[in-house]
Design a protein around this ligand. Sequence first.
Ligand code: PLP
Length: 463
Amino acid sequence: MTSHLIHRRLTSDYPVIAHGDGVFLYDRDGKRYLDGSGGAAVSCLGHRHPKVTAAVKDQLDRIAYAHTAFFTNAPAEELAEWLTARAPEGFGKAMFVSGGSEATEAALKFARQVQVERGEPRRTRFIARQQSYHGTTLAALAVGGHVARRRIYEPVFDAGLLDGAMSRIAPCYAYRHRRPDESAEAYGARAAAALEAEIQRVGPDTVAAFVAETVVGATAGVIPPAPGYFRKIRRICDRYGVLLILDEVMCGMGRTGALYACEQEQVVPDILTAAKGLGAGYQPIGAMLARDEHVDTIAAGTGAPDHGHTYLAHTTACAAALAVQKTIEEDNLLENVQARGAQLMTLLQQRLGQHPHVGDIRGRGLFVGIELVEDRDTKRPFPPEHRLAAKLKSTAMRNGLVCYPASGTADGINGDHVLLAPAFIIGESEVEMLVDLLERSLGEAVGAVQSAGGEAQRRSATG
Ligand SMILES: Cc1ncc(COP(=O)(O)O)c(C=O)c1O
């Protein structure tokens, strides 16, 4: 069949999705897949949840869309109330956009506007971290540290677009950066100190905000911060008048076992973003929450956040997200995230903890990363040309498992990991099935990579 769609990979054929049910997906040929990663940590309620589909249909029966320059709407108001009532102290307002990248753009612009309106127009710079991902639109890409996704746009950034506005410090990544003689806390303090050094380097009165994922997601394969890291980051931001933006697009909304991942770090940011699990894939939606003092600064100044989209606070998207969030709370799903997350981690440690090519298994709640290495002792990654992550993805799909492998884990170019983020409704036997399918797929993918590598070596030796 000729496809007229611009696919993510123009040379790939994709199975056509037909329907979903709970934690399973079914393609048009009737093949079943266990959704072990909710796509990219999106489908936190699984598929075809009756309460959410009913809420979406009900909303569409009332009104599909009304522009926010003319009207507000009940689902958006109620969703903002719901999220702020459960947010860390001091977050009284939220803005709704259509996804994670838009939430990042809104957060960056909001931070800049706050700095300007509180009389600090020289603050134009943003500091983020290497191996971070904040989205694919140009400013979100410019601030993030995803080497592969930035590569062809670097000259565009250098040519003037956001030139000089963004810089990055090392991630807080204990598996690769903590010294053997260092405690977890000491490493966290050292990693956070990099922010102070960078603020000093670029000029303390020029920095608008520091941006970080509370738990790193897709670029480096689920890295929870070292103990105390974010509390020290918070103190540094306060010392220098720098706003702290925490990106919880992937790790937020219950994925780590708390509605806001920053609660688990006892840290309160200035601006917080969320997206994927917010609407659980039932509708595209992202959110930016800002502390009252910052909203008040703009209210007392220009009176208008300088940021708007046609689909701000979309009625159906907000109705879907509200139903998702109510379901998570009413069904006590965060308890299941913690229980099934603990089960998943134990099983992975038992089954893969001693695997010769598993370097690290880490995570929080139902958010888990497994870093793959060629050599466990030296932590040497597989050569990037072996494309282990891509092989694991296709092998897992063949075996009926959707998981989220990616490469560039170690330094942006080298390294592979697989990310797991199953739905919060996953059951005990489904967690077992997930680990079975992953173990089998990993064995087959590593085997394929090794035999292809051996074959290449033989060819170069003989040829
Ligand atoms: C932490 C983080 N921020 C931002 C984004 C961008 O979100 P979206 O793909 O919805 O634009 C992502 C997407 O993976 C993400 O993981």
